[in-house]
Design a protein around this ligand. Structure first.
Ligand code: HEM
Length: 151
């Protein structure tokens, strides 16, 4: 993978900004499925349901989408910084798999938001309770990979 020498002096800043974007993204990943759990419990079209629709839309549009885009742009900038990623290391591939899964989950949550907004009740409350645990698992995998680098 070719790297860009001019990025080297900015490495600590790129990493700090990457982590800030990641934290904002994760906050949304933890909260949105929890909102879906509550949303499943209210009648479509009720005032409470409409309030959930607004909360879910704002969370995705104002926080999660920009945070995911920022995490990706800064993450790719880190990849392009010389000496940061060892492409032979197993931890890097495992982290990347975790990041792809996290992005897939984001897409899944985003698609469900549109269905909730249309008055549907996609899946079951139990399903959203289970999905609520997935970001935590992915976070543990990713952080152990980038910090401990076990293989
Ligand atoms: C969105 C796509 C992402 C890309 C392309 C990406 C890429 C990278 C790269 C190349 C590094 C530098 C590794 C190093 O300095 O050793 C890094 C650091 C880091 N990333 Fe990501 N990342 C992404 C998303 C995430 C996510 C979702 C998390 C956590 C849930 C995360 C957590 C971290 C952490 C904790 C570090 C700091 C590791 C250290 O101190 O060296 N990243 N990322």
């Amino acid at each position: 993978m070719p790297t860009i020498d001019a990025l080297a002096p900015f490495y600590p800043w790129t990493k700090a900004l990457h982590l800030i974007a990641v934290f904002a993204w994760m906050a949304g990943q933890f909260y949105l499925p929890r909102l879906y759990v509550y949303h499943m419990q209210v009648t479509p079209g009720s005032a409470t349901s409409d309030l959930f629709v607004v909360m879910e839309r704002r969370l995705l549009r104002a926080i999660m989408n920009p945070a995911m885009i920022g995490a990706w742009i800064l993450g790719v900038t880190l990849i392009l910084t010389p000496g940061v990623v060892d492409w032979h290391a197993g931890w890097w591939h495992m982290k990347f798999a975790g990041v792809i899964a996290m992005s897939g989950l984001h897409g899944h949550l985003s698609a469900a938001r549109k269905r909730f907004a249309a008055g549907e009740r996609p899946r079951t409350e139990r399903y959203w309770r289970a999905i609520n645990e997935v970001p935590t698992l992915l976070l543990i995998i990713i952080v152990v990979m980038v910090i401990v680098k076990p293989f």
